[in-house]
Each structure stands twice: as structure tokens, then as C-alpha cells.
Design a protein. Sequence first.
Length: 291
Amino acid sequence: MQLVPGIEESFSASNGELQIGGVPITRLAEEFGTPVFVYDEAVMQRKWDALRATFPPRFQIYYSVKANPNLNILAFFLAQGAGLEIASAGELCQAREAGCAPGRILFAGPGKTQEELRMALTEGVGEIHAESMLELERIASIAGGLHRKAPVAIRVNPEADAQGGAMRMGGKPAPFGIDEELLDAALDFALSQPSIEFRGIHLFTGTQILDSEVLLTQYRKGLQIAKRVAARLGQPLHSLDFGGGLGVPYFPHEQPLDMAMLKTGLANLEARLPSIQDLPGPDLLLSPADT
């Protein structure tokens, strides 16, 4: 049996048969029936360790529940120290059932309903990442009605100089985030609302990125935007979310993301942070969904 390129690093074959965790797939099928989804915890551990070793300790990693909402998988990543990023009320329920503290949950993604926003505020999630002016208005209204202060970050759709990846989020029209040139208006509104606690910026420009320099360009752009916003506020941000975007090679011509080059670039980027006076202490967040 010939394995698809890239699979051999995680799985093996014996006598022409795929094995998962050293167990032949025919045995798994006989025991559990088909169709069946099988996950190898050892593979997840290796992936987590590689990701954690690549990103400096200052980066907090949030697992995107949309990647796989299986409770055992969520519990695994929580045990590693990850938080959870959700995109719906159903994912919020999964996150809570998996044992995630509300403060370690980020609610991001377009199309949040009023009921979902109310539920997130009632549960006390760590941050809600607003995707539009309409969503900011909804959050302010709902939080005011609940007599709560909503912790909000604004998701920014950056200008073209930070675009990349298989799915580009920048440009017009875009379903994700507020266009960078409209960010000041969004900030004006958020800062004028007593029911909103503005916390930071969420940058997301693409997915399935296999070029470390593209990622680093986007991270530098995120720092640039965060510095500008912090200077305007006269105080540091609480958080800067770089999103995800780390890609997986699916086709024979694609090469895996060079994690060693990314690690070196991140170390150089982090070394610049102490020199940026407007950014002495924000949490740097990462929410990988592709990996």
C-alpha cells in the first residue's frame, strides 16, 4: 500500500494495510463498525508539541472547535493548556461540556445571532470578536440589557499588503472582519459604549498557508495595527489575536510549513516587542484550525 504524501509521518502501513496507532484498520472496522472516525492521540500530542515549541511562550494557543468538536479531542487540548475558540452556540455548549472555563473561550466568526451573543455574555466568555459594525451594535445593546460589560475585540480585514493563503480574507467584499480603513469608526463606536470593554484586535487574512514568510508578514502587520490602535487609546491592548492560517499539505506538489523557519522568524519578531512602547503587555493569541 502506498500512502498519500505527508501521511507517512503520522501513520504506517503493514502488509498493504493502513495502521492507526499500530492497529490495522480492518481490526478497528470489525470492532466498531463502519463508517468510523479514528484519531491517534500520539499524533495529536506530536502536533501540539511542535506547535508549542515553535511559538514563544507569550503566545496563547486556542484550539478552534470548528476543526473538530469531539469532546475527547477538546478535553485533550484543554489538558495541554489550550483555550477554545468557538463560532456558534453549539460549540459553546461543547466547550463548556468539555470542561473549558468561560474565561478561556473566544467567540469569533461571522453571523452570530442575537441569541448566541446573549448566551455568550450570560456564560461570561473571555472575549467576543466583532466582525462588523452591526455586530458591535448588537453586542452593545444586548450587554446593556443584561447590565454586563462585554469584553470585545474587533476583527480587522487588513489592507492588501498582508494578504496570503489559499483562502484570502482581505479585499472587498469580505465576510470576515471590518475593513482596516473603517477601523477608526468601529473604535469610535466601541469606545463610546459603556456596555463594551474594548480589549484588542483580531487579525485574520487567510487560511491554508504553507509559507512561513507569508505568516510572518501577516504577524508584522498585526503588530503594526495594534501599535496604531494602542497609541490612539493611550494604553496597551489586552490582546492581539493573529488568527490561524497554518496550512497542511494536501496535494503532491505542496510542501509542509517550515516550522523551523517560522520559529526563527517569531523569535526575531518577539525580540522587537520590548522596543514597542505601546505594546508592553498584550496577550498574543493564536487560533489554529487547519492543523
